[in-house]
Design a protein around this ligand. Structure first.
Ligand code: ZN
Length: 745
């Protein structure tokens, strides 16, 4: 009962203290996250690893496709073999018909918010109102049949198609069926936003096309333990969720086209001439620089001849979640070998002459740099090829192949900014091979799981290989302006991928800055890197969820990060810590007459003493240290040497610092002390300093030397949005007006 009373008293007292403070109430950042995360089970464990009964589906594809260079029609037929590894019986299968985003009755147009201003560019109007002229996109499904030839019933709901099975598909069974379809490839120059993940570009000067053929076949949806069927409609911003499988794809194109694709070319003897085959052989052992396989001269010659013949390129890809390809007679092709662990990968670039000289210089080299750095921080790149394709104004990723912007001016010149952007985009899109192509997260649900994690390793790659280039994502400073901005347009990272208004600033930049802060300021590089790699290795070729990431990062590091995930991933709070007050104190000397010591300070009234000082000019305030009360020792017979301890403190400087949390995020507090002799010292308080009061705290420090200056977060590591209130004494800001006045005088 007595103990209870004491607890109650302490509790009441601290409540009172908080109320008096009139600062933000308890915000609960240190409440454990467990209550918000899904309950661990045999599929996904509490450690963040796949569980003993983890399962995932598999979808294998055998596809024949033809690209018509005159009509731009894609005509395909596929055999899908679907393996039901789930413990569930499936009565129907869901397939994605993503091209239907461009169909005449696309829901994407209907849910787009639009308005008219005094003036409007025709481009914006076209995009806003989906004015595609005589282009009619979307899939035409010709047939869906069982292997026996019997028709299968199907229902199309916009970008999703349900195929009803005649017999339920039981656990451990597989089911094969055929689909025939066609659609017209959209012109990227005419249809911008909805088609910018693929499509074709026309080059009027030579009358040729460059095709990026992406989400071009009916693809199986993911069925998993988290969502069941992930059949959320494709509206445009939320990307893709796809199961792994093996692909065999035969691509028929004009005979003079060069095709790059997910996977390994199976019939080089049929589609490449002897010089090209010879050059490819040379490239496959060239580890220091790229080798040209198809030259610019060859490409320019083909641009004029425009063959009417056809050729079929055969590709195979194992354990990939998608398949994309590119085709054009304009392509120059270079390649080099990259050693990753025990494996050799071919880094290859395809680009028209419009990409040169920049592409020949930078593209394949950037692929190599990406693969080596990402392999270090994630897992060894497992695929046999990695391709970068030159396109206008694009950056889009698929397994083993991606499409990247970076076009010099017509005369071949380019700005340093153009080069920076091109290199950054190539690193980013090649990097997507890891997140989400291998560490196969659900992009339709969570954008940060691929964009954020990928942008973070992109930053590490840029820092390692291109230290001279300015970085737009990574350091805390890159997100401060955004976090300072209006909260009405901000969304937490943990929202569905369709919801962010500022997708880039949030899901890319904020997540990158958060991970960088976690690595450099919260966990330290060693603990972070091990945990981050552990996550990549655990979930390679599997389907991770956010909880798996959060849990693994803690499981492998022994750092409780629940407060961090809560603050940075579940809220739009920002970091704004203020150093409100620094009190300088000294211990009263033993044996000295208190009457004669520090007379001036002693004579101050209590009110005057508590008045906050603006700097250290008032000198230290004395305070008394009393010997230990006998009752403290209870039953102990030993005693401290109080006198010795007190006298050892007599010449020390005591500093009591008072902090306020104005932004809501709890963060470590980094303190830089500057001493009278000009030397500096930095120390860091872990974020747990805020665990009992997230609004304010005071803390006392002992220093031998006198302090002239205290600054918190001196290197701007925590994205504190108002550095002005981080210094004591405050640095007076000279206003523009004062400056002008001074000048006038
Ligand atoms: Zn991306």
């Amino acid at each position: 009962m007595k103990i209870f009373l004491l607890v109650c008293l302490i509790g009441c007292y601290s409540l009172l203290a908080q109320e008096q403070n009139e600062k933000p109430k308890w915000q609960g950042k240190f409440e454990q996250l467990g209550q918000m995360l899904p309950t661990p089970n045999e599929y996904r464990t509490g450690s963040g690893a796949p569980g003993p009964a983890y399962w995932q589906q598999q979808a294998d594809y055998s596809i024949n496709v033809e690209l018509n260079d005159e009509t731009h029609l894609i005509t395909g037929s596929e055999t899908i073999t679907y393996f039901n590894n789930s413990p569930d019986v499936l009565k129907y299968l869901w397939l994605q018909l993503d091209q239907n985003i461009l169909s005449d009755d696309s829901e994407t147009s209907k849910v787009k918010v639009t308005s008219v201003n005094d003036t409007l560019t025709i481009g914006k109007l076209k995009n806003d109102l989906s004015l595609y002229g005589d282009y009619h996109g979307g899939y035409k499904i010709k047939s869906i049949k069982m292997i026996s030839g019997a028709d299968l019933k199907y229902v199309i709901n916009h970008t999703m198609m349900r195929v009803d099975l005649k017999e339920p598909l039981k656990t451990g069974e597989k089911f094969s069926f055929n689909v025939e379809w066609s659609y017209t490839v959209p012109d990227r120059g005419n249809i911008s936003s909805q088609a910018d993940r693929g499509g074709m570009e026309f080059f009027p000067k030579d009358g040729n096309y460059l095709y990026c053929i992406t989400y071009w076949f009916p693809r199986m949806c993911v069925y998993d333990d988290v969502n069941g069927w992930q059949n959320k409609q494709f509206l445009g911003q939320g990307e893709f969720a796809l199961p792994f499988g093996n692909y065999k794809v035969n691509i028929t194109v004009p005979a003079d086209h060069v095709v790059g694709a997910t996977g390994v070319l199976q019939n080089p003897a049929t589609v490449l001439n002897s010089t090209e085959r010879e050059q490819f052989k040379t490239a496959s052992v060239s580890f220091d620089k790229p080798v040209i396989i198809v030259s610019q001269a060859d490409a320019e010659r083909k641009e004029k001849l425009k063959s009417k013949e056809k050729k079929t390129w055969e590709f195979k890809a194992e354990n990939v979640r998608d398949f994309a390809f590119t085709s054009s007679r304009k392509f120059i092709w270079d390649a080099m070998a990259v050693k990753i662990g025990e494996k050799t990968t071919m880094a290859m670039s395809f680009y028209p002459k419009e990409g040169n000289p920049l592409w020949e210089l930078e593209s394949t080299k950037a692929i190599k740099n990406t693969l080596t750095t990402y392999s270090k921080y994630s897992l060894d790149y497992p695929y046999p090829v990695a391709i970068s394709v030159h396109t206008a104004s694009q950056g889009m990723e698929y397994p083993m192949i991606c499409f990247n912007r970076g076009r010099p001016k017509a005369d071949g010149t380019y700005t340093p900014e153009k080069r920076r952007d091109m290199v950054s985009v190539i690193i980013h899109e090649v990097g997507h091979n890891f997140y989400p192509m291998i560490i196969n997260s659900d992009e339709r649900q969570w954008a940060w799981m691929d964009e954020g994690l990928n942008s973070f390793v992109q930053y590490l790659t840029l820092k390692e290989h291109y230290p001279e280039l300015p970085v737009l994502r990574g350091p805390a400073s890159t997100i401060m302006a955004y976090m300072k901005g209006s909260k009405t347009i901000q969304r937490p990272l943990m929202v569905n991928a369709e919801q962010p208004i500022k997708l880039g600033a949030e899901q890319y930049t904020k997540c990158t800055a958060a991970l960088n802060i976690l690595r450099e300021t919260v966990m330290g590089k060693e603990l972070f890197d091990k945990a981050f790699k552990e996550y990549a290795e655990r979930w390679a070729f599997k389907h991770p969820s956010p909880a798996d990431f959060f849990r693994t990062m803690e499981d492998a590091s022994a750092v409780d990060l629940d407060w961090f995930w809560r603050g940075w991933f579940y809220t739009t709070d920002h970091c704004d810590v203020s150093l409100d007050q620094v009190k300088w104190l000294k211990v009263k000397k033993q044996g000295t007459d208190p009457e004669t010591k520090n007379k001036a300070v002693e004579n101050l009234t209590a009110e005057e003493k508590n008045k906050p000082s603006k700097d250290f000019s008032g000198g230290p305030q004395p305070f008394s240290v009393l010997p230990t009360d006998e009752r403290f020792y209870r039953e102990f017979t030993s005693r401290f040497n109080d006198k010795a301890l007190i006298s050892s403190l007599e010449n020390k400087n005591f500093y009591e610092l008072k902090f306020t949390n104005k932004g809501g995020l709890v963060m470590p507090v980094i303190i830089e002390w500057t001493f009278k002799d000009g030397t500096k010292e930095t120390e860091k308080l872990p974020a747990e300093i805020w665990r009992t009061n997230e609004s304010t705290f005071t803390k006392v420090f002992i220093k031998d030397k006198e302090v002239t200056n205290v600054i918190i977060d001196p290197k701007n590591e925590t994205a504190d949005i108002t550095p002005d209130d981080n210094a004591f004494p405050r640095v007076e800001k000279v206003s523009k007006f004062d400056e002008l006045k001074k000048k006038a005088n």
